[in-house]
Design a binder for this molecule. Structure first.
Ligand code: GLA
Length: 438
């Protein structure tokens, strides 16, 4: 794990001390589940339809310090939310179905106080997932969870990072050997069954499979994945690294879903309706209504006229986004960052025009990023209802691009911009590794 800047030794020491104090154990007994946030440069909104997605993790995320409690009790505290969560691992957990309408807002696009009462849902959801697949969980944990400051509910998949952290901690405390593939499925149970969000497996796949400096490609239908390394370029007999890049996160200041927002689950339902129409037209009406089952691109072309205009736009996003991922992985593998970036920006545009999931501040940020110096490409992170935009930028221009974006965003959204800590308005990040327990 070369060149990993997160979590720092001082963050790890800090959390070990908190857990040692909370549990009365020594700091050397404290284990830490590290679960990074993810970005999805290409392949937005198509995981739930069995599409092909690309992902990476960044050097920010969730850390969960814990010790096995020695009995069935779970006791958790949080660096972000008040109160203490307590439950027993021998209590059988049942789905809550707190449907989250937009992206992965923690609970129901809710007020902070609701979130404070329900932050323990992800830990209960992790227990639910493990129990419902027959795992023997007898030992609880005492733990303290903390997210990189100000980055929760930002479209960086904080919910999946939290879910994965609890899964890893419960598994470690109960000496269970669980593969990343199984944990992808367990986290799917947390989100789809326990919480009722109909999302795909992009987030947890990115968190569990990514490797430093690689692009992770995941086929969400077959569940096959591969890691694409950037090339080593040959110049005058010397091996050269490809051009250095950084990842910019530009925050909108919008933390919660807009109330009149159509919502994540609604878009999923529209994609499925489009799939139904296309499957019916291609005499495959008995197949499950996912766009990946629907049609080959040629049949899509033949039947797309049968779709209502809004459903046609959702299908257009799905089919064009799959193509962009395929082109994007070739560009990445050959070190063509400019082309990779152009595909990211085209993906962003399709999210706005075809998937129609943006919000005004996010669209403004996207447009500003496209004008910033050294930016290869940009798009919303996550569903784009709130949170941040991501961009790939030439490492040498990253600082200049960050100042440019901050200035320009302040001009178009002075009120929202004033609510963001200026030190956190635009972050310059790097690619990271997968989730693990240390
Ligand atoms: C959210 C969901 C993911 C994915 C993205 C959009 O993060 O949790 O499953 O659909 O939005 O690409």
């Amino acid at each position: 794990m070369v060149g990993l800047s997160w979590p720092s030794e001082s963050e790890l020491d800090g959390i070990r001390k908190v857990v040692a104090q909370m549990s009365g154990r020594g700091t050397e007994e404290v284990r830490v589940a590290v679960s990074p946030y993810r970005i999805c440069p290409l392949g937005a909104h198509i995981d739930h339809q069995g599409g092909i997605v690309s992902a990476m993790t960044i050097n920010k995320g969730i850390i969960l310090g814990f010790v096995p409690s020695g009995h069935p009790q779970v006791i958790l505290r949080s660096g972000q939310f008040k109160g203490e969560v307590r439950f027993r691992v021998d209590e059988v957990q049942h789905p809550r179905n707190t449907v989250k309408p937009n992206d992965n807002v923690h609970v129901n696009g809710s007020s902070k106080s609701q979130e404070e009462c329900s932050w323990g849902n992800y830990a209960r959801g992790a227990l639910y997932a493990l129990q419902s697949r027959g795992n023997q969980i007898t030992q609880g944990i005492m733990g303290f969870i903390s997210g990189s400051e100000g980055l929760d509910s930002s479209g960086l998949s904080s919910s999946a990072a939290v879910g994965v952290a609890y899964l890893l901690a419960l598994e470690s405390a109960n000496s269970l050997m669980v593969s990343p593939t199984e944990n992808i499925e367990y986290d799917r149970l947390v989100e789809n069954e326990y919480l009722g969000l109909r999302n795909g497996i992009l987030d947890q796949s990115a968190i569990l499979l990514s490797r430093h400096s690689c692009l992770t490609i995941m086929n969400c239908k077959t569940k096959e994945h591969k890691l694409i390394h950037p090339p080593k370029l040959q110049k005058n007999h010397n091996i050269e690294e490809p051009k250095a890049y950084k990842i910019l996160l530009a925050f909108s200041g919008l933390k919660h879903a807009l109330t009149n927002n159509p919502g994540y689950n609604q878009r999923v339902a529209e994609c499925q309706e489009a799939a139904r129409v296309l499957l019916h037209a291609s005499e495959k009406g008995d197949m499950e209504p996912f766009l990946s089952n629907a049609v080959e691109p040629a049949a899509y072309k033949a039947h797309k006229g049968k779709l209502e205009p809004n459903l046609a736009r959702r299908a257009e996003h799905y089919f064009s986004e799959n193509m962009r991922v395929i082109k994007g992985l070739e560009a990445w593998a050959s070190g063509r960052l400019e082309e990779f970036g152009e595909l990211i920006s085209a993906s962003g545009l399709s999210s706005i025009k075809n998937y129609e999931c943006g919000s005004e501040p996010l669209i403004q940020l996207y447009e500003i990023l496209l004008r910033a110096p050294g930016v290869y490409g940009a798009r919303f992170s996550g569903a784009g209802f709130r949170g941040c935009c991501i961009a790939f930028v030439d490492a040498e221009c990253a600082a200049e691009a960050a100042s440019f974006v901050m200035e320009e965003y302040r001009k178009v959204q002075p009120k929202l911009a004033s609510q963001i800590n200026p030190d956190k308005a635009v972050l310059i990040c790097e690619a990271a590794d997968c989730a693990r327990v240390i």
